[in-house]
Design a protein around this ligand. Structure first.
Ligand code: IMP
Length: 460
């Protein structure tokens, strides 16, 4: 999909949390603008700058540069309370947010979306997706139903009230039904004494769903956000038409893609590179480069298939050495070996032109290093490609290639030559198998703890 434009898309190549924030931060140095194009505050980026840690959920990682235009594109779903909290937090730490622009067309996560997300997960019980419960799915559902509230609606209280009224009624009904179902289930399970208490809660109007209070609250958010609201697509065109580099910052990752990921255990947006065009309002020919980001191993939060998952001491090593706890929910991440079948799939889906491997240092002390190169189904069939059929993926057993490990501390390495031969061989194997060059390798959490392969060429 890449064209000759000056746009660079950065995407997660696995199940998220690959360290995209750091890569965006590094590449943003040579860019004029950074745009987020999908997802919402289900994402979490941690950036360490001069020993100080910054956590973002909505604001593009480029905000730490005072001269970069930072945009939240139309494809993002935005919880204004969270966004304002991030803006205030940055201001308190002396970071200028004057360059933040928010698309007037981005959809808003409303209180009922958050309630529905949780209620839906509770209803699914054992089958739950393990969402971040931030209201992402219900908000995108309303967008598709044309019942969504957009950022621009915040600026006209009359319109806002009408739109909330139209959207609210079916939500109240759905939440009531879910609550009745829950009471029934509890009753069947013999939890009679709690039933009465629950009943009164279900009957009382939920103050979080009061039309007037909600309208007033959101109109107030509109006043505060107004200076940032803009036509972000047009701002992107101005940059791209002048040949200036624009970074399209993906959130979540390829295998969580609504269409191409491990459905239904996915997020409700399209995190793959193609979606950058829709979610920011540019054309495919505006994209010149697609950088994928993968960890040197694999992690996943939430439920769903994860063929190379390890529930042993090696998995614990990855969890502890890699500090694999969610930025957004604090959940422990599931850990496992690098899955090259899945990675090659991600390379093709995104039309990747370069790959970044993060957290190579975490593998130090493990020997051998295993990488999955094919799957075997329960019936013994071999899959060299990522299987499209859900039930095959759920039961697929990975087949591994074993590579020699290393025991060196990599955090001081700053060039390819300084990496141990085994680490270089590991990277070569990954790049060869995935069919894309590795340009950047992470060897520690800090901004400088990286190795540019082939040097840092002012990038791209
Ligand atoms: P949702 O996006 O909150 O609806 O969650 C859907 C699935 O995507 C769940 O398995 C989440 O754990 C996962 N997910 C959402 N955002 C992220 C992320 O930023 N990193 C990793 N997993 C995520």
């Amino acid at each position: 999909m890449s064209g000759s434009g000056s746009g660079v898309v950065i995407v997660g190549a696995q199940w998220g949390d690959e360290g995209k924030g750091k890569v965006v931060d590094l590449l943003a140095e040579q860019a004029h603008a950074v745009v987020r194009f999908q997802g919402g505050n289900n994402a979490g980026h941690t950036i360490v700058r001069d020993g100080e840690e910054f956590k973002f959920h909505l604001i593009p990682s480029g905000i730490l540069y005072p001269d970069k235009l930072c945009m939240i594109g139309n494809g993002v779903v935005l919880d204004p309370r969270i966004l304002l909290g991030e803006i205030d937090g940055l201001k308190r730490r002396g970071v200028d947010v004057g360059n933040l622009r928010i698309s007037a067309n981005a959809h808003l996560i409303m209180p009922y979306h958050v309630l529905l997300d949780t209620a839906g997960e509770v209803k699914l019980g054992k089958l739950s997706i393990g969402t971040t419960r931030r209201g992402i799915g219900p908000c995108y559902a309303d967008k598709a139903l044309r019942l969504g509230i957009r950022v621009q609606d915040l600026l006209d209280e009359k319109i806002l009230r009408k739109k909330i009224m139209a959207a609210l009624e079916p939500k109240q009904q759905a939440l009531r039904e879910l609550s009745v179902q829950r009471r029934k289930l509890r009753k069947e399970a013999g939890e009679g004494s709690r039933e009465g208490a629950d009943h009164s809660i279900a009957e009382a109007p939920d103050p979080r769903l009061d039309l007037h209070a909600m309208t007033e609250e959101f109109a107030a958010y509109g006043h505060r956000l107004e200076p940032h609201i803009a036509d972000t697509a047009k701002l992107c065109w101005e940059e791209l038409d002048n040949g200036r580099r624009v970074i399209f910052e993906g959130a979540q990752a390829t295998l969580l893609d609504l269409d191409h990921g491990t459905y239904p255990f996915v997020t409700s947006s399209n995190p793959i590179a193609g979606a950058a065009t829709v979610g920011a309002g540019v054309g495919p020919s505006d994209i010149g480069e697609v950088w994928g980001v993968a960890k040197a191993y694999a992690t996943r939060v939430g439920a769903g298939p994860f063929p190379t998952e390890l529930e042993d001491a090696t998995g614990r090593h990855m969890l502890e050495r890699g500090h694999e706890y969610g930025t957004t929910t604090g959940r422990e991440r599931r850990c496992g070996w690098m899955d090259l079948v899945a990675l090659r799939y991600a390379v093709r889906l995104n039309g990747m032109t370069a790959l970044t491997i993060t957290k190579l240092d975490v593998l130090s002390g493990l020997d051998p290093l295993r990488v999955a190169v094919r799957y075997r189904s329960r019936e013994g069939a071999i899959f060299d490609e990522f299987p499209y059929h859900q039930s095959i993926l759920h039961s697929a057993e990975p087949e591994y290639e074993d590579l020699p490990g290393f025991d060196t501390d990599l955090s001081e390495c700053r060039s390819e030559a300084e990496l141990p031969a085994e680490a270089r061989a590991y990277l070569d194997f990954v790049a060869e198998f995935a069919g894309v060059p590795i340009r950047l390798v992470g060897v520690g959490p800090g901004r400088d703890e990286v190795v540019w392969i082939g040097g840092n060429p002012g990038v791209l």
